[in-house]
Design a protein around this ligand. Sequence first.
Ligand code: F6P
Length: 478
Amino acid sequence: MTLAAHSESSETTRTPAATKRRLVVVSNRVAVPRPGRTGGEGGLAVGVKAALEESGGMWFGWSGKTVDYEQGEPEAASLSKAGQIAYATIDLSQRDYDEYYNGFANRSIWPLFHYRLDLADFNRRYLAGYQRVNALFARRLAPLLRDDDLLWIHDYHLIPMADQLRHMGCQQTMGFFLHIPWPSTEVLLALPNQRALVQSLCAYDLVGFQTEEYRKAFLDYCRRELGATILPDGTVEAFGRHVRTGTFPISIDTEPLAKAAEEASESRQIRRLRDSVRNRDLVIGVDRLDYSKGLLVRVQAYEHLLRAYPANRGRVVMLQIAPPSRMEVPEYKQLRNEMEGACGRLNGAFAEFDWTPVRYLNKGFSRRMLAGFYRTARVGLVTPLRDGMNLVAKEYVASQDPADPGVLVLSRFAGAAHELDGALIVNPYDLEATAEAMQTALSLDLEERRERYRTMFERLRIHDIDRWREDYLSALAA
Ligand code: F6P
């Protein structure tokens, strides 16, 4: 069995806890427990927390705070402990935050890896900040490490971190998991320093991707641009190192979420939602306010639906939840303005005195409330233009009432489309086809809705967040 096929095997068996070695997780954000903080965490935080809760270990990363370094850089990470998990966090200076997080991570890599070359900014100051913060992370983490630790480093903010640690003499086993897409070689070539960036990935022992497509694109780059040898099991031989690669689609806590959705559906808030929708069909979208999520094309497709199938006017309500994200990055501010314009225009053109076609909310809700919203919605609309996985698609499915489930309309450009074959798969750039799929979703009979739901729920029940973590960690420790 090749590692690449790892997560597709042994459908029903669970691997035992991968290792007795201490697990050290590194990610840009760290979900340090704080009084009054309930839910609202993304897939990375939920998955990482579950991994650490089971095995114990340390979680290292940015505190989420920016500070003035007038007194010089803080020497060490701040340490705290909750249950089995030790937290180690560092603050960033405003300059580091601007150049590393807002700069290289979110204005260079993020747009490029999501195929938005038109939005990418390859300012060299950003790259220098990115390297500086990765080196800072490595300097602050290294003194906390033990020889037999297993390091699991996450996402595009921290690609060069293992290389930095290796230069400091750290020999631990190190794995990397990319939560976002890996672009095709032709697109990646536009990044000025791509060769050095990919070379730094070769410092890891295992590099994990969300889908086979992304893994193959990575191998293609290594073969074509680095002259690497690719072994039949997907191991890359380059720069005197062997780097294993694998596909590990991230998932959700399927069964607990299904239960939470069932309970939430009896809550006061969800009753209020149902009362406000009355006998109309609810169509829901939940996304960070990000240009990769296809929010504008979704509103346009909805407009097509109302024009092409006018019987839906007064009969359908769209609830679009879009919490603001990365608002210091100009492209995100612009999207916010464009979305306000698009939703305002749509309501202006179609609303009646007793019906508003789209309810647009710029705020977040707890996972429990969202699960209740999903269960109430007849259609879940997930139409990113490009997305590493998209956990909203999985959460929508898990939250459905098995006796009367809703229908998922899902972009073919979300990693989740490789798994959720019971969804109506659409090309979100094709507004008319997306509108047709919405119309189909609204009219599917109960038997077909149940059948589509059953296959997807079963997949998610087996391939849940525990399976993701276990598959990755056993591959890393192997
Ligand atoms: O999808 C990639 C990702 O970095 C996730 O890991 C995270 O939950 C999300 O984007 C939010 O990003 P940010 O940390 O910039 O708010």
